[in-house]
Design a binder for this molecule. Sequence first.
Ligand code: SF4
Length: 331
Amino acid sequence: MYDDVKNIEKLFSLDDKELLALADETRRKYLGDGVYLRGIIEFSNICDKRCAYCGISADNTLLERYHLSSEEILKAAGHIASCGIKTVVLQSGETDSLDDDWLARIIKEIKSSCDMAVTVSVGEKSFETYKKWKDAGADRYLLKIETTDPEIYSGLHPGMSLENRKRCLSDLKMLGYETGSGTLVGLPGQTVRHIAADIKYFNDNGFEMIGTGPFIPHKNTPLQDAKAGDVALVLRTIAVTRIVMKTVNMPATTAIGSMDRDFRDEALKWGANVLMPNFTPVPYKRLYEIYPGKRCISEPAGACAGCMEHLTEGAGRFIDWSRGGSARNEK
Ligand code: SF4
């Protein structure tokens, strides 16, 4: 039914009430009311790439760069574990200077000392590198594609290729990672048909995690004067993704929590089932500024773990403290 872009696009023409009801019913039927937590550590903002929408792109020479030590990362991971959260996300910009063996040692150390799933999100790498981290114990990998439209993709990613991004995602699946991708909603030139095509690509490839967020213009990027993504369309994209992909894990992203108000409770109502409290140490949080206005950058690390309960209850849901692996692999 959803192997055709047009059928997915048709879902976008449902009115808000119908779409929300269908997404909510699908989420409840396939996943229940639980919301999984993933503790995120943004361990470095060093990036070699020049994505036109990104505040930590290599072109932003005004940004102070940082890289956490292994000790700082392991301390933050221990903090996540002590809060009862069973997934740590290790995220950074994409750089050839990242030492694969160093990261493999950290993954191993976390896996041996804490009962947690490890998600890695450090960009495009070789099959061998992905394998090394999988062998070290990594469970999941996030690599957002942002758009699958070749023209929009090439206009936003100088020196990068859509084919290589897809190659990486296919390698990750082949290696047995729970694989995550996602769309940036509101990119210049993007239409609902493009977004529907993204969702078809995600579904065709059996990805287990999809992150959908709004484009938010950053003043130190070439897109500083572009219009921000529309929150209503972000929520509708989450809903359509839920209806098409059923059991997929989807976060209410920090980006959707950083609009003129925090829309994460709405995202949970429109089909999301994951929240990602930030455990990056405070001095560094403000430097991982992919987009401006990021929520809670001065809160102590992990403080938002507490407000997750509040958010979840506000949406009529509860926190599921399990690892929250993919139900897609079990259905
Ligand atoms: S989106 Fe990722 S790869 Fe692109 S510039 Fe930002 S951190 Fe680097």
